[in-house]
Structures are given as C-alpha cells and as structure tokens.
Design a binder for this molecule. Sequence first.
Ligand SMILES: [Zn+2]
Length: 158
Amino acid sequence: MAKILWVALCPIAWSQDLTTDQIEAFGPRYLQFFLDHGSALGLAFYDFLPPVRTCLEPSCNAKKGTVNEGDPYARELAEALTVPVTVFTREFGPIPGLSTSFYCRQCQTHYYPNYWVSKKSSTRTYYLQPLKFIHTAQHIFIEGRIFELFTAMMLNSW
Ligand SMILES: [Zn+2]
C-alpha cells in the first residue's frame, strides 16, 4: 500500500520547493500519524542516513587488476542496517526515529549519519557538514537546538 501511494504521490512531493522551516511546520500536523501508524509501516518522523553512498577512504577507491590500475572510482557502500532510535527534539520532546548505517566490504568501514569509523584506525571521523542532530549514543539523537537552548539557559541563569 505504501509503495502504491508513493508512486502516486512522489511526483507531487518532489516538485515541492519547500524550505526547511516549511517542512518543520508540518510536524505539529502530522507527527501523531507517524506515532500512531509509522512504526508498523517502518516509517519514522525522523529518519537518519549517512550523507554518502560511496566509501570515503582514499586507499579503498583505487581500481586494482584493471588496465587503468590505480584510477580512482567510487566504491558503493552496502549492508544497510536500520535501527530504532530515540530523537530528542526541542519542539516535540523525545520521539521515535530510525537510523541507517552502511558498510564498505572492502575496507570494513562503517558509515553512520554523523560520522564514519574506519576499522584500520578505529577512529571516528565526522562529516564536514554542520549537524542538525547529534548522534550522542548508539540509539540516541539530540537536536542541536536543544544544546543551544541549554547554553542560553545557563548563560541567562546567572
Ligand atoms: Zn572502503
């Protein structure tokens, strides 16, 4: 059913040119639908994905055994794993969400919505883009506006 609806509605959804503020304004209207029916359908109000679909490790992206050995190319990530998470928001409080991670089979690097972890160095490297939601624990995301609120409250409480 969801696939049929998506086929019918996706041309309309993708043709909308909405700002982030306009999209967030839908929250109070539609959040209850996600809470009531979303988890049974595998849908969440917040669905976090890594911003990349190919491996970022430079050593992983060189072709081997080909005519142009050493040429860079994009190695596709695989093994998507989606887990339930709790999302702490300023507007709605804690609500359920979903987080998906990917895996590079070649270099065994895991890619999460905020960062990636290389097996070689065992280091967590954050993407360069600003984060709206901080992945603070395995199943916890906190909206950046909550940290701003806490900071403002601490500054103004003196
Ligand atoms: Zn890789």
